[in-house]
Design a protein around this ligand. Structure first.
Ligand code: SF4
Length: 187
């Protein structure tokens, strides 16, 4: 089972161990104090899979959304769907985090920040985002080459290898796998 993560560690964990898709959504959430439905699902379920407990998840989303829509509206309109993701409302299904395949096949629209950056970012944006992760030079060109050939998960695997300094033989197929493998190395 995944270890627990706590609210105060999210930003540091994002820098050390989140795949690019999830870093991007955390950045956008911090910037806009809002994420649309597709982002709340993809990122919320990832955080749940990474070990963020329901109470912390509610506090996390409330802290951002209340800056935009107010805490009353957050409690009325958004808290339900977070509890729902944790199986506490509706059919009480315990929703599982999305795989890379599902994220890559998403079709984010204008103002959406979910999806896979390797698939959905333009080239300049992707290069800049990878630079911010400390990836440059030969490693960066190899990643861009995989992207051009539509091997998005391989591009993500190469990013993992470049940022962790180890090979990842299994390949990346799930954002939570990326996170768990990273934590195994860094802990
Ligand atoms: Fe996220 Fe998977 Fe894309 Fe990597 S390959 S950025 S983990 S969706």
């Amino acid at each position: 089972d995944a270890a627990e993560i706590s609210l105060k560690d999210i930003d540091q964990l994002a820098t050390s161990s989140f795949p690019l898709c999830m870093r991007h959504m955390l950045d956008k959430l911090r910037e806009n104090h809002h994420l649309k439905h597709g982002g709340r699902m993809q990122f919320g379920l990832f955080l749940k899979g990474a070990g963020l407990k329901l109470e912390d998840a509610l506090a996390f989303w409330r802290a951002e959304f209340s800056q935009k829509v107010g805490s009353e509206r957050f409690d009325k309109e958004y808290a339900y769907s977070i509890r729902h993701n944790y199986g506490k409302e509706g059919k009480r299904t315990d929703y599982t985090p999305y795989s890379c395949q599902k994220i890559i096949s998403a079709t984010p629209g204008v103002g959406d920040h979910h999806g896979c950056p390797y698939r959905h970012f333009g080239e300049e944006n992707l290069r800049a985002a990878l630079n911010r992760m400390g990836v440059s030079g030969h490693a960066l060109e190899e990643i861009m080459d995989k992207v051009k050939n539509r091997h998005y998960q391989l591009a993500c695997t190469l990013t993992f290898e470049a940022t962790h300094g180890v090979s990842c033989d299994s390949g990346i197929n799930h954002p939570n796998q990326y996170f768990n493998e990273s934590q195994k190395i860094l802990r």
